[in-house]
Each structure stands twice: as structure tokens, then as C-alpha cells.
Ligand binder design. Structure first.
Ligand SMILES: [Zn+2]
Length: 602
């Protein structure tokens, strides 16, 4: 699972350059102080917070007691219930299902009935002959006689060929012209039969009725029904006699071992338990959910005929993230049902769902809905990238929570604090309750401008991710370049800054190798080089947008989409160059020429 964390570079260090649009750039210019650059103001800078290590959240499964006999999952009526990312619920479901199926499989009754059914001799009974004695009565459709050899018994022979023998004890035998045979006891219950059409045979032995056809055998006794079928796969089907009891099917392998135990509920949900790998499969129609013993859950298409899962549709992550619509032509998206311990609540604000902790409620007023609406729409129109869902914006309550959300592996040190970042299709903003600047003017800048720049930038990452399928990496320069490009179209200050940085980086020959900026995130570089990474990425994307247009750039983004888990998923190197040629029709080397400065006008 690629947990790509796309980060902005923080505003660290204090370098004082009062650069205007046309300036002579100092040779040692290192543009790592965007705020100072933009504001031409040295009164404030971002507060420097200590570099600290953090672990990602670790989520614990449910340990609640399960009811093996009457598990709640058998009452679930909607498949969609299982499409939430909820580790507690998933682990409880898994443990309940496992306990339930293991108890079913160990029922002595099932073993007994299997033996009883396997050993029963179910042979077609011999018909009684239509012998008769003296005539008793004529009917319009037949004649009744004394039945010989059995006192006070009668045989009625119909013109159709059917004959019925009524014995003194009120039991009867009937034979039809087509060969159908039937015995009934004195109470009128069928005790034996033979049906020549499907060659089915039934025999009552004591309190149990045994039946067979060429393809199945069945017994119906006081404790339930057990049936065996050879096709399409050898299986026993057990249904307890209790009212409302569901049928359980044991699927067998060639040597008679149990491959799976399944039960289908009245609402059409089917649960299959696989003892060998201890996994659970839940299916309905053309969809399937699988749960493994480590509680990993996946959602896929399902072929009801072959009973095989197909394309992966959704992945569920333990922190409460569902990544879905991973295949197909429309954008993927992520859904947040966070299981983080901070107690987030969600509030719709324009096109975003803002997740915050109640103590920060008052600070939400700093987010202006009209600005959110505007930047969301402009991001889409500038990039040409579509989206399928509302997006989550998380405001952590403190820096500890911020660090944990940022950490992708245990002990990860946050050397610098970006003002926001995007991961797994949600955006995390700097905690509103933690001062980012030490002066009021800085805080004003943060709330009035920087937040919207961050959101415009990070939202582009979300759009790129959705269009490339979320779980598939795209070249980092493409992702960052498009984000900075969009930011620059929306914010003239940002454009001034990035244009200057691009010019300096290019003209002073500081560009980083393209293979490197294809796979390495900006956060993996020291600040000055990270700024160069952004700038050269911006420069190339700006050139591509200018020469080829957004539709081609979007096609290039989508060219990195692949089916999750597909071995054919190409490596970014050299994939980014081969895909480039395929989409733009221009070699990579030629494309880089587009970034060269225009010749000076004479
Ligand atoms: Zn970025």
C-alpha cells in the first residue's frame, strides 16, 4: 500500500530578500522563505517548533464477547453495512463469524446426520401388482374390486391405468400408468414413493424420510434436514428443524474435506467461511467483501456463477479510511470515518467536510465558505480534473495529533512543519489552535491567505490522486508541479514567488535530476532543494499546460492508473518517460526544451 504523503515545504529560516518582479537575483539566492519574500516584511516568521518523532496511529481490534450461537451479523439486511472502514466493527464481525461457523462445523448432530445419510440404502420399492378378486362396484372412470390376500382391502382400477389399493388399516398404495408409485400410512402421510420422471425415491424409516435422486440424497428427521449433492460441487446442506432455521452448506473438496461452510440469509446476503485460511467472504449479487484473520477487509466485484471475486473496488484502512472506485474510468475517492482517538466531529462547509475537535469550534469561523466554494471550483476548472465525492479537511487539535497524522512509519521525525498536507484523499491543515506565526500580522496572513493557498494546492493533489486511482503513484514532479501551477493561477503573490524561484533555479543550473524528482517527495529534500523541486516541477507543468493543454496533462495523469495488485503496474522509472511519449507524442528530452527561456527580444 503506497501511503504517499504529499507535503508542502515549511517556511523555515530567515532570509531577507525584498525581491520585486524585476530584480537582480543574488548568486546565492535560496528562496526558502516565502512569507518574507511575499510580505517584504521581517516583523514575523513562522514559529519554529521542535523536530519530534511520532508513530502512526495503532488501532486495536474489538475484544467484546461474541455470541457464537445467535450472531448479530445474521440479522444484517444491507450489504452496504459492510462498506464502512471501521476496524472495531470489522474485527467484531470477523470474530463473531468465525465463532459461529466453527461451532456449526463442530456440531455432533451434523456429523451424525451425515453418517446416517451416507449409510442409508434408498432403493426404489417394488410395486404391488394390480391383482383383483370379485367386482365390488362400477364407476364411470373405473371399477372397484376385492383385493386378494388382504382381508377387507379394495383395489380400484381406473380406465387411465392408475390403480389404488386401500387396505383395511386405511393405508394405501397407488400406481400410475407412467410408473409413479406411492404409499401412504393410515394418517395420510406419504411413506414411500417412486417418481420415474426424475427417478426420485422416498422411504420412511422410523421418524426419518430418506429420499434420493440420481444427483442428490436427503433425509428429513425430527432434528432437521440433511441433503447431499454431487454437482456443481459436492456439498452437504443442513437445515435444523427449528422455526426460521437457515440452511448451512458444507462444500467438500475431492477428498471429502470441508472447503467452505456457508449460510445465506433471507435478505440475500451470503456468508462463506473458509476453514483452511480462516477467511470470511460476504457476497450479494455482483459484490463481495472479504475479511482475513488479520481483519484486513477488501471489496471487489463478484461473479455469482464462478463464485470468484474479480476486480478490487475498495480498500479499507484501519484508521477509518475507505479508498474506493479504484478501477474504472471515473475518479476514485476516499471516505473518512476516522477512528482517531481525538474525537473529531464533522461539519459540511461548502464543498468540504471539515473534521475538527469541539474545542476548536469557534476557530472554524476563520474558514470562509464562499472562498472554499471558489477555490474548489477553480481548482477543477484550471486542472480539468473531475472528482466523484466531497472531500475531508482535517483540523487537528494539537501538534501531537498533527505529527501522528503525518507519520507514515513508526518513529518518523517531523523535521519541519508544513502548513498542510494531503494523504489518502483527505487534507490536513495546520492546527488552528496552535500559533503558526508569532505576530498578529502573521496570524492574519495565515487565516486570510495562506490557508486558501494550502487548500488550493492540496486539493489539486486530491484530484490528481483520484484521477490516477489513489493507490497508484504518479511522478512527484507532475503532482507538485500541477499543484503549484494551480496555486499560481489563483494567487498572484504565489506566482511572483514561484516564477522568481524557477528562474533562479534554472538559470543557476540548480535543477535536480528528473528521475529523482519523479520518485522523491519534496519532504525528502532539505528546504532549499525542496524549493527547487517545486519550482522545476512547476516550470515543466506550466510548459505542458501552455503547449498541450489541460486535457493532455490529465490524460498523462490517468496513464498511471492501473488495477490494484496488478503485476503489470509499471515502475515510475522509466514509465514516466514512455507514458509521456505515448500521451504527448513528444520525447521527454524534447519536452524539457520547452522550459528553456524565450530568446531575448532584440
Ligand atoms: Zn504539494
Amino acid at each position: 500500500m503506497n501511503s504517499l504523503v504529499l507535503s508542502r515545504v515549511p517556511l523555515l529560516g530567515v532570509l531577507l530578500f525584498g525581491l520585486m518582479a524585476c530584480v537582480t537575483v543574488p548568486k546565492d539566492y535560496v528562496p526558502d522563505q516565502k512569507v518574507v519574500f511575499l510580505m517584504q516584511n521581517t516583523d514575523f516568521g513562522p514559529i519554529s517548533y521542535p523536530a519530534l518523532a511520532a508513530d502512526p496511529y495503532v488501532f486495536l481490534p474489538s475484544t467484546a464477547a461474541v455470541d457464537a450461537e445467535h450472531p448479530a451479523f445474521l440479522q444484517v439486511t444491507a450489504f452496504n453495512t459492510y462498506l464502512k472502514a471501521d476496524l472495531k466493527a470489522d474485527s467484531f464481525l470477523y470474530r463473531s463469524a468465525r465463532a459461529h461457523f466453527e461451532s456449526i462445523l463442530s456440531l455432533p448432530l451434523i456429523a451424525q446426520l451425515r453418517i446416517q445419510l451416507d449409510q442409508a440404502q434408498i432403493q426404489p420399492p417394488a410395486a404391488l401388482a394390480p391383482d383383483h378378486g370379485d367386482k365390488v362396484q362400477d364407476y364411470t372412470n373405473g371399477t372397484q374390486y376385492q383385493y386378494p390376500g388382504s382381508p377387507n382391502s379394495l383395489i380400484t382400477i381406473l380406465n387411465s391405468g392408475t390403480y389404488i389399493i386401500n387396505f383395511e388399516d386405511r393405508s394405501l398404495f397407488q400406481a400410475d400408468a407412467d410408473g409413479t408409485l406411492l404409499w401412504k400410512d393410515a394418517q395420510g402421510n406419504q411413506t414411500q414413493y417412486f417418481n420415474p420422471k426424475n427417478r426420485s425415491v422416498g422411504i420412511q424409516l422410523g421418524d426419518t424420510l430418506f429420499e434420493s435422486t440420481p444427483v442428490s440424497r436427503r433425509l428429513r428427521g425430527p432434528q432437521g434436514t440433511m441433503e447431499f449433492m454431487k454437482a456443481p460441487q459436492p456439498q452437504y446442506r443442513f437445515t435444523a428443524l427449528a422455526k426460521g432455521a437457515l440452511p448451512y452448506v458444507l462444500f467438500l473438496d475431492d477428498s471429502g474435506g470441508i472447503l467452505a461452510c456457508s449460510v445465506a440469509t433471507l435478505s440475500g446476503l451470503r456468508y462463506d467461511w473458509f476453514p483452511e485460511d480462516k477467511s470470511l467472504l460476504i457476497t450479494q449479487g455482483s459484490q463481495a467483501i472479504s475479511l482475513r484473520d488479520d481483519f484486513q477487509k477488501a471489496h471487489a466485484t463478484f461473479n455469482a456463477d464462478t463464485r470468484k471475486p474479480g476486480e478490487l473496488l475498495s480498500l479499507f484502512l484501519p484508521q477509518g479510511v475507505r479508498l474506493t472506485n479504484l478501477t474504472g474510468k471515473t475518479p476514485s475517492w476516499g471516505e473518512l470515518t476516522p477512528a482517531w482517538p481525538e474525537g473529531y466531529v464533522s461539519k459540511p462547509m461548502g464543498p468540504f467536510d471539515v473534521w475538527y475537535t469541539p474545542k476548536d469550534q469557534g476557530l472554524l469561523a476563520n474558514l470562509k465558505v464562499d472562498k472554499l466554494v471558489g477555490l474548489e471550483a477553480k481548482d477543477r476548472s484550471l486542472t480539468g480534473l473531475g472528482t466523484s465525492a466531497r472531500h475531508a479537511v482535517v483540523i487537528p487539535p494539537d501538534l501531537a495529533a498533527y505529527r501522528k497524522l503525518h507519520a507514515s512509519k513508526p518513529g518518523e521525525v517531523l523535521h519541519w512543519y508544513p502548513s498542510g498536507f494531503e494523504t489518502l484523499d483527505y487534507i490536513i491543515l495546520w492546527p488552528f489552535s496552535v500559533p503558526r506565526y508569532d505576530q498578529p500580522a502573521g496570524q492574519d496572513y495565515f487565516y486570510n491567505q495562506e490557508i486558501y493557498e494550502i487548500l488550493a494546492h492540496e486539493y489539486v493533489h486530491a484530484l490528481v490522486g483520484e484521477n490516477s486511482g489513489i493507490v497508484h503513484p504518479v511522478p512527484v514532479w507532475l503532482n507538485e508541479g500541477l499543484a503549484v501551477y494551480t496555486e499560481c493561477q489563483l494567487f498572484p503573490d504565489a506566482k511572483k514567488y514561484w516564477e522568481t524561484t524557477l528562474t533562479v533555479a534554472r538559470d543557476q543550473g540548480r535543477f535536480l535530476p528528473w528521475d529523482d524528482v519523479t520518485v522523491k517527495g519534496t519532504g525528502e529534500y532539505p528546504v532549499a532543494q525542496a524549493r527547487t523541486h517545486y519550482a522545476q516541477s512547476y516550470g515543466l507543468v506550466k510548459a505542458l499546460m501552455g503547449h498541450f493543454g489541460a486535457a493532455k496533462v490529465d490524460a498523462y495523469i490517468q496513464s498511471f492508473r492501473a488495477i490494484p495488485g496488478d503485476e503489470g503496474n509499471k515502475a515510475l522509472i522509466p514509465g514516466y518517460q514512455t507514458n509521456f511519449l505515448a500521451v504527448f507524442g513528444v520525447s521527454w528530452t524534447k519536452a524539457l526544451d520547452l522550459m528553456k527561456p524565450e530568446p531575448a527580444k532584440s
